[in-house]
Design a protein around this ligand. Sequence first.
Ligand code: NAP
Length: 469
Amino acid sequence: MAGILSAIKLTDAGITDFTVYEKADRVGGTWRENTYPGLACDVPSHLYSYSFALSSEWSHRFAPGPEIRAYFERVAEEYGVTQRVRFGDAVTRCQFSDGQWHLTTAAGHHDTVDVVIAATGVLHHPNYPDIEGIDSFAGSAFHSSRWDHDVALDGARVGVIGTGSTAVQIVTAIVDRVAELALFQRTAQWILPQDNPAYTDDETATFRHHPERLADLHQRLSDMFDVFSNAVIDSDSAELAMIESACLENLEHNVHDPELRERLQPDYRAACKRLILSPDFYAAIQRPNAALVTNPIERVEPGGVRTADGQLHELDVLVVATGFKADAFMRPMDIVGRGGVTLDEAWDPRPEAYLSISMPDFPNFFMLNGPNGPVGNFSLIEVAELQFGYILQLLDRLRTGECREISVTRDALAAFEQDREQAAHRTVWVTGCRSWYLDDRGLPAVWPWPFTQYRDAMKAPDPTAYSFL
Ligand code: NAP
């Protein structure tokens, strides 16, 4: 998403001497990697679109994953991006020396460039659970982002480990196809019962013939997300209380067996973990062939999953929906900045970046959707567009010859991080739950202020925060 955006925006700005590096053989990022049944985006599609390439054709409010992937492929084609991509070769090293970045790829290709824009995504490396015996499983086992479509689900006994957005989408999509479904829940989740209506032919025709309505809808959805983002950064807010009661009502009205209801009821605040949107998860888990397993997993055996109560849950297929290594930004690339500083050194003990874009010692190196930015509750496309507008202003200084090297100062980064930590304490994310938002200190590695504040910060770089050599 962010790589395609970069290519389009660079071209628009008259910068045509660029290459997009892509280790896979087609565009699509997360929408290429994730192909599991039920895959969708929980940001409405009319918001999860480039602002300059709105689509009238979305089938649903939350379009399914393949439609989203097709959207990115189409935009990449229409804007001439695809032919600018060097497919099938991973960048393994970026080293800054003599004022330039020297890139090496897995195939041994070398390139020297003035500027690097890292658009490598956030949730990319699977988090495989460390469960005893998992390799001994005799059936088919795979991570949700490595779905094996050769494995038959119909009539199979399927186990799903994890209860995040991914697992919830998978369970809901497959429960009526499989013989038995066991969902292994370590932590219960709050579920907001957001429905997902299809657009009617009339609505689609209106969008097609009135592009201004599409733009208006995009704006209205963006404003709505601002309300949500304000709710989660203030754990005392009235909006958050409303979200909590909607989740509780969903649980109370839609889960009938009090014992099951109790096991599905989280013991932490709604939206502390990333909120899950699903109109039908509770119905799915109450199907006669579905079982919610809350006894802790003890080990995996050839025949299935053994829980702490001694029961063997016999399975043919085991889906590991255990999320991603959220702090693995840009790795395993070796990134070596000014003076030989490596990214691993700069990010010991944890990733940091000024406004999630810039790092000291890494001149002319900019990240899209880098660490500690607005993730989780916004359209990452809007975030990347804002970031790109900001980066472009820095690139202008290089283009006009005003300077040759731009990097954020250590002081600016330290001040930013200090403010960010302080603000993080007011958010719902620190109210007592485990989630991928939290860093090694238990602080959320995300933007803890209103989104409008990020928009303001992205209007123009603060020249006092940067060193221009
Ligand atoms: P996730 O939210 O990190 O959830 C991982 C799940 O696996 C959790 O339930 C976790 O339990 C469980 N787990 C991890 N290790 C385990 C272990 N060793 N034993 C048992 N359970 C274990 O991952 P995800 O569902 O893939 O979602 C990741 C993010 O991707 C989401 O938060 C969202 O940002 C994005 N996403 C978005 C959509 C969308 O519609 N836009 C869809 C899918 C994913 P605990 O809760 O106990 O840690």
